[in-house]
Ligand binder design. Structure first.
Ligand SMILES: [Zn+2]
Ligand SMILES: [Zn+2]
Length: 111
């Protein structure tokens, strides 16, 4: 029974996740879902109610690859083992979180 999760909530998270992915991977899709469409869904125009903006510096991964001679993927980490720290730097733009608080959503209370 998933009665505690409403259909609109599922749809909201789905669209929000899609928007976040779109921000990371394909800006074209982001324009496909227009701001007016988001606001008609009652969502934040900026982040789609995720209250998060994907970091463009690290593509939302929260870490930056250094070198790049190895293939991109989780296998990279297991291969390098203990030296993985040398190849994966924390993104200091987003403090390795991969995202920022949405400026639109956090506009009310400025820290
Ligand atoms: Zn980042
Ligand atoms: Zn927002």
């Amino acid at each position: 029974m998933l009665e505690h999760i409403t259909a609109s909530e599922v749809a909201g998270y789905g669209v929000g996740a899609l928007l976040l992915c779109a921000t990371i991977t394909a800006p074209k899709i982001d324009s496909f879902i227009s701001a007016s469409q988001r606001s008609s869904l009652g969502m934040c125009k900026r982040c789609g109610d995720l209250k998060l903006i994907a970091c463009s510096n690290c593509k939302g991964s929260g870490s930056l690859k250094q070198g790049g001679s190895f293939s991109f993927g989780p296998s990279d980490v297991s291969f390098t083992g203990g030296n993985s720290m040398m190849r994966s730097l924390s993104c200091n733009k987003c403090r390795s979180r991969g995202h920022f608080p949405c400026p639109e959503c956090s506009k009310v209370s400025t820290t």
